[in-house]
Every structure is written in structure tokens, then in C-alpha cells.
Write a protein that binds this ligand. Structure first.
Ligand code: SAH
Length: 221
């Protein structure tokens, strides 16, 4: 017998398609790989306490422990601006719900993600395993130092608002690699840093609001 699709999954699929069209494609994200990933990843599974309407709404959502899962557009825009390629190895700082990690894992070869909060790290890992992602590796702790053991990375995504860019994350970028993240205190601005040999080229983008990047590393600077 053919399995009947469960109707709440059908609703989720419709809402997700609407989200991709109205919040992402009709704005300015044109990358086929990013659009495909946004269509693929079941965002509502990362927001189990939300209604489907809230999970697919045009906003960041709370994920517990005072943290948030970013607005869908911001996840898509950061992935697009970083220009994540199919062969890339990605380092993400701030696993949170695991949603951005899943989007990156749909596009790239491998994702390394690190989360400071142990509860969030544990539940994101369980969720991403259940969803079948086998190209994500999980780390718990302060992401300020990156993960030197697996460096260099083609892409570094920072998903918490940092007062300035952590030096180790720049050092762990591969040549021609790109780092994208929010920098600033209250209002933050997305920056993109590209490594060109020994030089780093920085561009400034849109203003955003992320939860803080919490690290002792900033105090010593
Ligand atoms: N990428 C996440 C967004 C999470 S919000 C998602 O898609 O859901 C930012 C996350 O960064 C929070 O979970 C917070 O606990 C974490 N964080 C803050 N400072 C950190 C640090 N120094 N190292 C690693 N994670 C950190």
C-alpha cells in the first residue's frame, strides 16, 4: 500500500516552498545550490516548540537557553555570500539548533560545527543524526580558537555577534577561503573576509542582530 503523506508534513512542505519563494528567491538570493538546500531542509524539525507557521515565518526563532535560530533569509544570504561550493569544507561557529549546519551540509562536502552550550550541542547533534546528515562533525566548547586540527577551511561561518573577528578563525581560512559573520556590539554588520595569499580583503554588508559570541578570547585583545 502506498504510504499516505502525513498532513502536517504536507503543510510544512507548502509553507517551506512559500518561504523559499517569498522570503529568499524574490529577494536577492539566486544561487541554485542555496535555494535547493533551503527547499530540502525541514526547518520545522529544528524548531520543535514552534507552530509550523512560526517555524516558516520571516523571523529568527527562540531555541532555548536564550539563543535563537536565525531568520531563514539571513541563513540563505550568508550561505550565498560565502559562496559555499560542493567540494568545500566548512567551519561553523555556533551550532545552535543545527539549522545553518544542515543548510551548509546540503551544499558542501563537510561541515565542522562548534557550540558553546552543551545542551544545545547535544540536541543539535541528535537531531542532525536523525535527519541523516553524515557529513557534519560536532564539537562542544568555545569556537574563538576555531578547530585547528582540521584547518584550513574553505568557508568559516560565524553565527553569533562578535565584537571583532577572532584572529584564529582568519588564520584557519584556506587560501581563497571566505569567512562570513556579524561583527559589532549592539547593531552588527555582516562582513565577508576573503583570504588572498597573505592578504585579507574585507567587505561590509547588511546590518543584522545575532545573539552574542561569548568568549574570553575577546578580553585579551
Ligand atoms: N547557527 C545557529 C544559530 C545559533 S545562535 C542555528 O542555525 O540555529 C548562536 C549560537 O552561538 C548560540 O547557540 C550560542 O550558544 C553560540 N555561541 C556563542 N558564543 C559561542 C562561542 N564562543 N563558541 C561557540 N558557540 C558560541
Amino acid at each position: 500500500m502506498k504510504r499516505q503523506p502525513n498532513s502536517s508534513e504536507e503543510t510544512a512542505n507548502k509553507l517551506r516552498e512559500h518561504m523559499v519563494r517569498t522570503q529568499i528567491a524574490e529577494r536577492d538570493v539566486g544561487s541554485p545550490a542555496v535555494l535547493k538546500a533551503m527547499r530540502q531542509v525541514p526547518r520545522h524539525r529544528f524548531l520543535p516548540n514552534d507552530s509550523l507557521e512560526n517555524a516558516y515565518g520571516d523571523h529568527a526563532r527562540p531555541i532555548g537557553n536564550g539563543q535563537t535560530c536565525s531568520q531563514p533569509y539571513i541563513v540563505a544570504h550568508m550561505s550565498d555570500w560565502a559562496d559555499i561550493g560542493a567540494n568545500d569544507r566548512v567551519l561553523e561557529i555556533g551550532t545552535g539548533s543545527g539549522y545553518q549546519a544542515a543548510i551548509a551540509a546540503e551544499i558542501a562536502r563537510e561541515v565542522y560545527t562548534i557550540e558553546l552550550n552543551e545542551d544545545l550541542a547535544r540536541s543539535a547533534q541528535t537531531r542532525l543524526k536523525e535527519l541523516g546528515y553524515s557529513n557534519i562533525r560536532f564539537f562542544t566548547g568555545d569556537g574563538y580558537q576555531g578547530i585547528a586540527r582540521f584547518a584550513p577551511y574553505d568557508i568559516v561561518l560565524i553565527t553569533a555577534g562578535a565584537p571583532e573577528l577572532p584572529e584564529p578563525l582568519l588564520e584557519q581560512l584556506a587560501d581563497n577561503g571566505r569567512l562570513v559573520g556579524p561583527i559589532g556590539h549592539d547593531a552588527q554588520q555582516l562582513v565577508r573576509v576573503q583570504r588572498k595569499g597573505g592578504r585579507f580583503e574585507t567587505e561590509h554588508g547588511i546590518y543584522v542582530r545575532f545573539v552574542p559570541f561569548v568568549s574570553n578570547g575577546f578580553e585579551s585583545e
